[in-house]
Ligand binder design. Structure first.
Ligand code: ZN
Ligand code: ZN
Length: 125
């Protein structure tokens, strides 16, 4: 079981699926919304159980970003056409039993930091 919650606890989520693709996204949207890079993994949408009130922001014509309207925690990303939902690794209860596997959208990374952990880097997704 993987469980998490927002900062205020108003939104909780859990899934019995094994999270896949633990990565850090350096795109401008994730950096603006999270304050830096956004670390996430994904599971099938139908295995994710969310309680509480999530505000969904359509950041493009193809995807939505979910956050807690009370405390602002950026928790979810979901593409309309995909059957998976990504969730914030930083929101998980520990131990997570997960390890970051790669960096994505590094072509859009900020100029104020370097990536030096040796993990694979993809220019795009
Ligand atoms: Zn909250
Ligand atoms: Zn991103």
């Amino acid at each position: 079981m993987t469980k998490g919650q927002c900062l205020c606890g108003g939104v909780t989520f859990e899934t019995t699926a094994e999270p896949k693709g633990a990565s850090a996204c350096h795109c401008g949207q994730c950096r603006r919304q999270s304050g830096h890079v956004w670390a996430s993994a994904y599971v099938p949408k139908d295995t994710m159980h969310i309680t509480g009130d999530v505000t969904w922001y359509a950041s493009s014509d193809t995807a939505k970003r979910g956050f807690c309207p009370t405390c602002g925690s950026f928790l979810f990303w979901a593409a309309d056409a995909e059957s998976t939902i990504s969730f914030a690794l930083g929101a998980l209860d520990t131990p997570t039993d997960l390890k970051m596997t790669r960096h994505i959208f590094v072509a859009d990374k900020g100029d104020y930091y370097d990536i030096a952990d040796g993990l694979p880097q993809d220019a795009r997704s």
